[in-house]
Design a binder for this molecule. Structure first.
Ligand code: FAD
Ligand code: DLZ
Length: 508
């Protein structure tokens, strides 16, 4: 009796657990473009296009390899609109009674498969360095789950940048060297871009007709949609950008959307690139003397450290994680997150490129849109939905801990030991945005005062009870307390006024 083998849109790896379990002579692969997945949030059109194009090409490769693949396109008339629905339909069609799936990266879909009236076995997705059990073991009994210690275990496990038991270069972490302000010129032309082929063009037409009204520009579309292309994009990054990745990792520029970033997160998460192979390629660049240790260590840490740790937190904390709101923030997401006008240049620039590219790099997400949301007291659930909608690499297991935990402190400090907040000074130091902003970053109060400055103190003041005892925040409260009462009152009044005008929908 044949079995059904489910492959989801972010499981496009030939060696994925469910396919390894299958027998290509008798089992049937099920893949489906379905309305439920394409609309559980209103995804950026580029994200849907990437997933559908990569799915279609993956199905073609499986067929070439001799698999029987039942593939449903979004506009097929029999399409039931959901993954469980498609499994049921294919079970009736083939007589199969058993399904093998690789565990989805989202509680919503894990539960939907558990609830489906079919015998579905969900196998752990082992395209990661750490298993669920390993993360649980590591976390057990620890008061604090700091990424840094988990990361060291992943270095030991993989042997990446290890010299016996010691870290190569004598230190585990070279982050201290990785905070250079924006360079005057960037000698990297950005990620490798690919001209859409026939399959991609077909998908673009479909997405345009079905999702053309969503936030985000579909064209030009240049992402890699197959492993060969993704590998070329990785080599291009390693050769031309990795050497400076570390130095300028936190920098932002008005006229450069990618700086020295890799833009490979969607490729890794969809399954077009293997995370360990990516790290080995970066390590090779260090060993060959082509990239310095601060760049290579920083890059590898993002993948075997942050990415793995974030996943561990998502699955450890459970389905309610996305609705946590430790700071009780309730303000609605302002319209400028959807491209309406704002006078804050850094925010306008981050949103503009998000709309165009479905991409912004980490510091834009964390220290511009995330920082503003946190300072202004925006409801973290609304921010979570925003991040899930607008980025090409946004899947809940990776997006939610970054937003709810790292960026918004809504998990009460599981991920971040203190809130990631900054005044305008940080943005000014790391970018060239402030030079052409309507607001003046050096102006603390009164006409033209930068809202990040006002809201920074407003945040600290309104959450004093929670944070003044935090050893990493004592200096901030010290500075606040040393201001005259008059100055503090002015700052708080102007911050309140800003928030009230923002809530009224005025251009701020
Ligand atoms: P690079 O800066 O070149 O880094 C290399 C790789 O490291 C990335 O491709 C990615 O695979 C990994 N990585 C780096 N930082 C993280 C991190 N914090 N968590 C997980 N992986 C990381 N990343 C996503 O992949 N999907 C998301 O939905 C997502 N949402 C985010 C939301 C917020 C509020 C914040 C602050 C960060 C979010 N990130 C997310 C993390 C990070 O911003 C992106 O991984 C990164 O910008 C992707 O671009 P890149 O490939 O150029 O990364
Ligand atoms: C994100 C997404 C979209 C837009 N569409 C599909 C789809 O039509 N079919 C599919 O199998 N997967 C899709 N995905 C990816 C799933 O939503 C993803 O597997 C879950 O969110 C778990 O990570």
């Amino acid at each position: 009796m044949s079995r059904l083998i489910l492959v989801l849109g972010d499981q496009l790896t030939e060696t994925i657990a469910a396919l390894r379990e299958a027998d290509r002579k008798t089992d049937i692969v099920v893949m489906a473009e379905v309305a439920d997945e394409a609309s559980y949030v209103q995804h950026h059109p580029k994200k849907i296009a990437l997933i559908f194009a990569a799915m279609r090409k993956f199905a073609a490769r499986l067929r070439d390899d001799g698999w029987d693949v039942r593939y449903t396109q979004l506009d097929d008339t029999e399409n039931t609109g959901s993954i469980p629905g498609e499994l049921l339909r294919r079970a009736e069609e083939t007589g199969a009674t058993e399904v093998f799936a690789t565990e989805p990266g989202e509680w919503r879909l894990i539960e939907a498969l558990n609830d489906a009236p079919l015998k579905i076995k969900q196998l752990e997705d082992d395209r990661f360095i750490a298993t669920h059990a390993e993360f649980q073991d590591w976390a057990k009994g620890r008061k604090q789950l700091r990424m840094e210690y988990f990361y060291r275990d992943m270095r030991r496990k993989t042997g990446l940048l290890m010299d016996g038991d010691d870290p190569v270069g004598g230190k585990w972490n070279f982050d201290h060297d990785n905070r250079k302000p924006a360079p005057d010129e960037v000698d990297f032309g950005g990620p490798m871009q690919f001209t859409p082929d026939e399959t991609v063009e077909e998908v673009l037409d479909l997405v345009e007709s079905r999702f053309g009204n969503s936030f985000g520009q579909l064209r030009p579309f240049w992402f890699a949609t197959e492993p060969g292309q993704a590998k070329r994009a990785l080599s291009h990054f390693i050769r031309h950008a990795l050497p400076k990745f570390g130095d300028f990792q936190d920098a932002m520029l008005d006229d450069n959307r990618f700086l020295y970033h890799a833009v490979i997160s969607p490729y890794i998460t969809l399954g077009l690139l293997d995370p360990l192979e990516v790290c080995r390629e970066a390590e090779k660049a260090y060993e060959n003397g082509d990239a310095p240790i601060n760049a290579v260590e920083g890059f590898i840490r993002q993948i075997i450290g942050w990415r793995e740790y974030i996943r561990g937190i998502y699955f450890r904390e459970g389905p309610d994680y996305v609705s946590r709101n430790a700071l009780k923030h309730k303000r609605d997401l302002p319209a400028f997150y959807w491209g309406e006008k704002t006078r804050m240049r850094c925010v306008a620039k981050a949103v503009e490129q998000t709309e165009a590219e479905a991409y912004a790099h980490h510091i834009q997400r964390l220290m511009v849109t995330g920082n503003f949301g946190l300072l202004a007291g925006i409801d973290p659930a609304q921010l979570h939905e925003w991040y899930l909608r607008v980025y090409i690499d946004a899947f809940e297991w990776v997006e939610a801990p970054n937003t709810i935990g790292m960026s918004q402190f809504a998990d009460d400090g599981i991920i971040a030991s203190k809130p990631y907040i900054s005044s305008g000074n940080y943005i000014d130091k790391m970018s060239d945005h402030c030079k052409s902003c309507d607001y003046k970053v050096k102006v603390k109060t009164g006409d033209g005062a930068c809202p990040f400055n006002l809201l920074y103190w407003h945040f600290l003041h309104r959450h004093r009870g929670k944070f003044e005892g935090n050893p990493r925040m004592g200096n901030m409260y010290g500075t606040w307390d040393r201001m005259t009462e008059d100055k503090r009152d002015t700052i708080l009044r102007e911050a309140e006024d800003f928030l009230a005008r923002m809530e009224k929908g005025e251009i701020v």
